[in-house]
Ligand binder design. Structure first.
Ligand code: CP
Length: 317
């Protein structure tokens, strides 16, 4: 297995099966620190730099929280408008990263341009972690999601994932690449204008992923072990920011998962994951059903970032 020390985490295309399990093993080892709400000194000599060119609640704060749990330091920006990259100068990724690499030991970047973290990694002497790039990928979120599935189901093989929502979403891409390493299948359900592109389907075929598309959630939800959701009412991820409109619209019934649908059609042991934030596709009254696992997913988000930071900074081999 390749070492994680000094490695960029840019895409789950790069990940091999045994590497997933190594990350999950390290996450298991570090989880008690977060569970007991303690801080350790594992990364006490290291600093995380966050470079967020798009809004985030979970991804940025989970990385920061993880760094604190490991005794490290944090600096960075959460609004590029207050940096030279977002003002008159529109400073390039290269010039920005050539500064950031001296301010810390690992850079976590979210950007509205697909491929921006890859561009950053080209110029950075320290590891770069992709925290979501445009419609590209969101590898740390999907590592969190699969870790949650592994904890809940005890396996990542032999499962059926039902992916519901906008298939342009970066999580959907990372999830699809990741599942190509496991003996599990995906059923995709999305509005036609948000469906998988032909190019992406060809790529998935080349990766030997077992997948199919379905029109209606209600027709296939009984097959799902894991119900993986994203909104269809959402902003344009290629923009740095989109203000809320007074009428954002509602999610068509076909892409919603309600208590009634779960009670009538879902497997009793199926679990729901949602990377959040949510709109009306997942009503809040689903939270108290036995299917909901998104709060565990949120906790695991911190643990997973602890594992990744420890690995790329060489504190765990
Ligand atoms: N899941 C996720 O990426 O959430 P944030 O946009 O809040 O980081």
């Amino acid at each position: 297995m390749r070492s994680f020390a000094g490695r960029d985490i840019l895409s789950l295309k790069d990940f091999e099966r045994e590497e997933f399990f190594r990350v999950f093993e390290v996450a298991d080892e570090l989880a008690p620190i977060a569970r007991n709400r303690r801080n350790s000194d594992i990364l006490k000599e290291k600093t995380l730099v966050t470079a967020f060119y798009q809004p985030s609640t979970r991804t940025r704060l989970a990385h920061e929280g993880a760094m604190h749990r490991l005794g490290g330091h944090v600096t960075g920006f959460s609004d590029a408008k207050m940096t030279r990259a977002g003002d008159f100068y529109q400073e390039s990724i290269k010039d920005t990263v050539k500064m950031l690499e001296y301010y810390g030991d690992v850079i976590v970047m979210r950007h509205f341009q697909q491929g921006a973290p890859q561009e950053a990694a080209k110029w950075s002497s320290v590891p770069v972690i992709n925290a979501g790039d445009g419609w590209g990928e969101h590898p740390t979120q999907v590592l969190t999601d699969l870790y949650t599935v592994l904890n809940e189901k005890g396996t990542l093989d032999g499962l059926t994932f039902l992916a519901i929502g906008d298939m342009r979403m970066r999580t959907m891409h990372s999830l699809s690449y990741a599942l190509s390493q496991f003996d599990s299948e995906i059923i995709y359900v999305s509005p036609p204008e948000m469906s998988l592109t032909d190019d992406f389907k060809k790529e998935l075929e080349a990766y030997n992923l077992t997948f199919r598309e379905a029109k209606h959630v209600a027709d296939v939800i009984h097959e799902a072990d894991v119900i993986y959701m994203e909104p269809v009412v959402q902003p344009d991820y290629t923009k740095s920011r989109e203000e809320a409109k007074s009428d954002k619209g509602l999610t068509p019934e076909n892409y919603r998962v309600t208590r009634q649908l779960l009670a009538e059609k879902a497997r009793p042991d199926s679990i729901i994951l949602h990377s959040l934030p949510r709109m009306d596709e997942l009503p809040a009254d689903v939270d108290i059903t036995r299917h909901a696992r998104y709060w565990q997913e949120a906790f695991n988000g911190v643990v997973m970032r602890m594992a990744l930071l420890s690995l790329v900074l060489g504190a765990m081999e």
